[in-house]
Design a protein around this ligand. Structure first.
Ligand code: AHG
Ligand code: MN
Ligand code: MN
Length: 336
C-alpha cells in the first residue's frame, strides 16, 4: 500500500492554487500521464510484443524511424486528441501539425512532444524517454496552423519528461519548481518521490558526444580540454564523463547529481546548414524549462534557449544545459 501523493492528486492540488482554473489543464496533464504509462508498458515488454527494431521509414528530419517511434507517436496522439483540451499537436515524427479531428471538441492548448527520445537505445535495452511541452493556443483556436506553435520557450505553460529506466519516472514543471514521480507498477500510479528537485550547482561531470570533437567550435573545445586536463590543468580538479545518447536520461542525471550536457553546433552542422542536432520545440525548450525551474541554466552558447524565437516546427538549436556554474563558464568562453 502506498501512502504517498499520486500525480493526479498533486496536479489537482496545484490547480486549486490558481484562481479561475477550469480543470482543463489538469485533465490534459492526466491524459499525458496515461500516454506515458502506456509507452512505459510497451518499452518494458520490448521484444515480447515485437516492437523493437527499425520500421524501415524516415521521419521529416531524415532519421530512420524505429517501430517504437511510430507506435509511441500514435499512442500520444490517441491519448490526447479526444478530451477537448487541445487544438493541435506537433511531434518529432510528423512533418506537419496534427489538428484535432472534427469529431472532437477543440481546446485552448497546443502540445508538442518527442514520443521516444533516445530511440536508438531501445534495441540495446538502455533508458529512453518521452518529452513534452504545453503552449497556449494564441487567438483563434478552432483552426490553428503551424505558426501558432512558433512561440519562444518562455511561453510554455508546462513541460516535462517521462524516463523509462530501471524505474519509470515522470518529471514535471508548471513554472513553479520541478517535481518527480515514480511509477508504482503494481497500482499503476505515479507517486511523488522527488519533490522540489534542484540541480547541484558545482559539479565535476560533463556529457558530450566526443566523436564530434574535431568539428567543435573553439569555446567548446576549450571547455572540454580543460576538463580533460584534470587536476593538473587550469580547473585544478579531475572530471568525469558520461554519454548515454538519451537526452532524457542525461537531463535526469543532471537533475539528480548535477553536471553539464552539451550538444553544441559544430563545423559539420554549419556546412550542412542546420542550427544544431536537438530540436527546439520538443526537446530543447521543454528540457530548458525543467532545468531552469530546477535552478540550472540552458543556453545555445550565445543565447538563453527559451528566448530563441522559433521560425520552424522542426528547428534545431545548439544545447548547453545543466549546473549554472558550468553553463556560465561555457557561455563566457563563447563571449571571449
Ligand atoms: P531521438 O532519439 O528523439 O532522435 O533523440 C536522440 C537525441 C538525444 O536524445 C541524444 O542526446 C542525441 O540525440 C544523441 O545523439 P548522438 O547519437 O549523436 O550521440
Ligand atoms: Mn529526441
Ligand atoms: Mn524521438
Amino acid at each position: 500500500m502506498h501512502n504517498g501523493t499520486t500525480i493526479t492528486q498533486f496536479i489537482i492540488e496545484e490547480q486549486r492554487k490558481i484562481e479561475g482554473a477550469t480543470g482543463d489543464f489538469t485533465s490534459l496533464l492526466n491524459d499525458i500521464v496515461t500516454a506515458c504509462k502506456v509507452i512505459s508498458n510497451m518499452v518494458n515488454k520490448g521484444e515480447l510484443i515485437g516492437v523493437l527494431g527499425s520500421a524501415g521509414s524516415e521521419n521529416v528530419q531524415g532519421e530512420t524511424q524505429k517501430k517504437l517511434d511510430i507506435i509511441t507517436n500514435e499512442v500520444f496522439l490517441k491519448s490526447n486528441e479526444w478530451a477537448g483540451h487541445l487544438s493541435a499537436m506537433a511531434s518529432e515524427e510528423m512533418d506537419d501539425i496534427y489538428e484535432i479531428p472534427n469529431q472532437y471538441p477543440r481546446g485552448k492548448y497546443l502540445l508538442t512532444f518527442d514520443p521516444l527520445d533516445g530511440s536508438s537505445n531501445t534495441d540495446v535495452n538502455v533508458s529512453v524517454g518521452t518529452i513534452f511541452s504545453i503552449l497556449r493556443c494564441p487567438g483563434e483556436r478552432v483552426c490553428p496552423n503551424k505558426d501558432a506553435f512558433l512561440q519562444p520557450g518562455t511561453q510554455q505553460v508546462a513541460a516535462g519528461y517521462a524516463l523509462y529506466g530501471p524505474s519509470t519516472m515522470m518529471v514535471l514543471t508548471t513554472g513553479n519548481g520541478v517535481n518527480g514521480f515514480t511509477l508504482d507498477q503494481d497500482i499503476g500510479e505515479f507517486i511523488l518521490t522527488h519533490p522540489n528537485m534542484t540541480i547541484p550547482q558545482s559539479t565535476r561531470e560533463f556529457a558530450i558526444n566526443a566523436s564530434n570533437m574535431r568539428f567543435w567550435e573553439q569555446p567548446v573545445k576549450r571547455y572540454v580540454d580543460e576538463c580533460l586536463a584534470g587536476a593538473e590543468g587550469p580547473r585544478g580538479e579531475d572530471f568525469n564523463m558520461r554519454w548515454i545518447a538519451s537526452m532524457v536520461a542525461e537531463v535526469h542525471r543532471i537533475l539528480t547529481r548535477g553536471g553539464i550536457f552539451m550538444y553544441p553546433i559544430d563545423e559539420k552542422m554549419k556546412a550542412k546548414g542546420t542550427g544544431g542536432k536537438l530540436r527546439l520545440m520538443y526537446e530543447a525548450n521543454p528540457m530548458s524549462f525543467v532545468v531552469e525551474q530546477a535552478g540550472g541554466m540552458s543556453s545555445t552558447g550565445r543565447q538563453r534557449i527559451m528566448e530563441v524565437q522559433p521560425d520552424d516546427l522542426h528547428q534545431r538549436v545548439p544545447v548547453i544545459l545543466g549546473s549554472s556554474e558550468e553553463v556560465e563558464r561555457v557561455v563566457g568562453y563563447h563571449c571571449d
